[in-house]
Design a protein around this ligand. Structure first.
Ligand SMILES: *Cc1c(COP(=O)(O)O)cnc(C)c1O
Length: 462
């Protein structure tokens, strides 16, 4: 199996190369050259298996024999042993046919742990094999940074530098990053906003001279391994509800589209999925595109579901590549136009997308109502991201006989602001984190100057 770029101009890569690479040199994203399939019998045989075993079987064709089976099994088992629930991602039945897939039992209480617990270990494995070290740099306004730090803290061959805007992330989110006191973890608080931090990370990737030849790696959701890891829970949850003998639908709170794209890959591999429902907050580019064919950027809106606050949805490019029947030149032309002006998809690709995807957008006022309504009906408090999904599932689901699985992307304790605004006293952190607010923190405050940040990284990497 080789990996090719969605813009059709970069050389094909092996799995190992694609894990270490991130974005393609032509500006595109890597996808598998052929999509492997899971037969009816292979899916049937997954009933009753552990999450780690299903993960091994689903991901094995993507790894392409580049890691031997015993080693890869070990990596997968270690990654998912960090989750606090024995089922790793348990299903929680809300009513006759609506389920929550709880993806928040990992170390940082959000679904990004599922991919990043695996990605850190994969990177470490390949670097050890090559006798190399690498530096990870990322900018975060919340969830990604802490999940990346937790995924890399035990990796000997990696040093990770995460930039967050000083005094502009919530205390829980900051502490989830800054209380990890491992020798290879460096938190930098930038005296600026998230965009300043993001711009410095981008500039560092564009010109890596300051690292004197050491590889710089990105762990954002354009890394193929993150998509691959997320395919697993679509398969595991559908099998738990009777797939391949019964079809299910999924509703996914979405931003950069990495999560729901993984679901689409599961379907292409052979999982029977009736419908994907995309839930967005007021930052609704995905909904506008699907509903009105309005593929255009709009101002960023700060919402109560902040991990879904985006202007551009980076992984949507991977779906466009499929919708345009893998015509890299057409995708390149569309996305270049999109950078400069409002645009629209061609008719046939849009029709193809509408066969599989529905969408709904939920604003902040509605979101608070949904948290109250869901609590009234189910006695459960949803996190604000999950709440957008809960509403979208109810609005968009077609056949009521098909079970719908809404992805619960974060634990409600992590986003107390919305929960309190909805009129609840808040939700306690789970027991293994209840001393988070007393733990020792470590971080370095730096001015929003590229040279200061690069000097800090160059001096502190091991
Ligand atoms: C990152 C995140 C999302 C959005 O996921 P995408 O893969 O970017 O679509 C939704 N909810 C939470 C809690 C997140 O952290």
């Amino acid at each position: 199996m080789r990996y090719i770029s969605t813009r059709g101009r970069s050389p094909a890569l092996s799995f190992e190369e694609v894990v270490l690479t991130g974005m393609a040199s032509d500006g595109g994203l890597y996808v598998p050259a052929e999509i492997p399939t899971l037969s009816h019998d292979e899916l049937s045989a997954m009933a009753g298996l552990s999450y780690a075993e299903i993960a091994f079987r689903v991901m094995k064709p993507y790894v392409n024999g580049e890691i031997d089976d015993a080693t890869f099994r070990g990596i997968v088992e270690e990654a998912y042993a960090t989750f606090s629930h024995d089922a790793v991602v348990p299903l929680n039945q809300l009513d006759a046919n609506h389920f929550l897939l709880e993806l928040f039992h990992g170390p940082t209480l959000a679904f990004k742990d599922v991919a990043l617990q695996l990605l850190g270990r994969l990177l470490d494995h390949f670097l050890r094999k090559r006798g190399e070290r690498a530096v990870i740099m990322g900018a975060t306004s919340g969830d990604t940074g802490s999940a990346a730090i937790e995924g890399c803290r035990h990796c000997d061959n990696l040093d990770i530098f995460i930039l967050h805007p000083y005094q502009r992330v919530s205390e829980v989110q900051r502490r989830q990053m800054t209380t990890v006191l491992a020798d290879n973890v460096f938190n930098i608080a930038i005296e600026g906003n998230f965009d300043d931090a993001q711009a410095m990370v981008k500039a560092s990737f564009a010109d890596q001279g300051f690292l004197g030849g050491t590889r710089l790696v990105a762990v954002n959701s354009i890394n193929w391994a993150r998509i691959m890891a997320q395919i697993v829970y679509y398969v595991a949850s559908a099998v738990a509800l009777g797939a391949p003998h019964r079809a299910v639908s999924f509703c996914v709170p979405s931003a950069n589209f990495g999560n729901v794209f993984a679901g689409y890959m599961a379907k292409r591999m052979g999982l029977p999925v009736t419908q994907f429902i995309i839930a967005t907050n007021a930052n609704d580019i995905l909904h506008r595109t699907l509903a009105d064919n309005d593929f255009s950027k709009q101002e960023l809106v700060a919402t109560l579901a902040p991990s879904m606050d985006i202007v551009v949805s980076s992984n949507f490019e991977r779906l466009l590549f499929e919708a345009y029947e893998r015509d890299g030149a057409a995708v390149k032309a569309l996305l270049e136009r999109f950078q400069h002006e409002p645009t629209a998809l061609a008719e046939a690709p849009l029709a193809r997308l509408r066969e599989s995807f529905a969408s709904h957008s939920v604003d902040d006022a509605t979101l608070l109502e949904v948290i109250r309504e869901a609590h009234h009906r189910t006695q459960q408090i949803l996190d604000p991201h999950t709440a957008t999904g809960y509403r979208a599932a109810e609005v968009c689901r077609g056949d009521a006989a098909v079970p719908v699985i809404t992805l619960a992307t974060a634990h409600p304790a992590k986003f107390a602001e919305a929960v309190v605004k909805a009129g609840f006293p808040g939700v306690p952190l789970p027991p293994h984190m209840d001393d988070l607010l007393e733990r020792e923190e470590r971080y370095t405050v730096l001015p929003a100057e590229l040279s200061a940040v690069q000097q800090f990284v160059a001096e502190n990497r091991r």
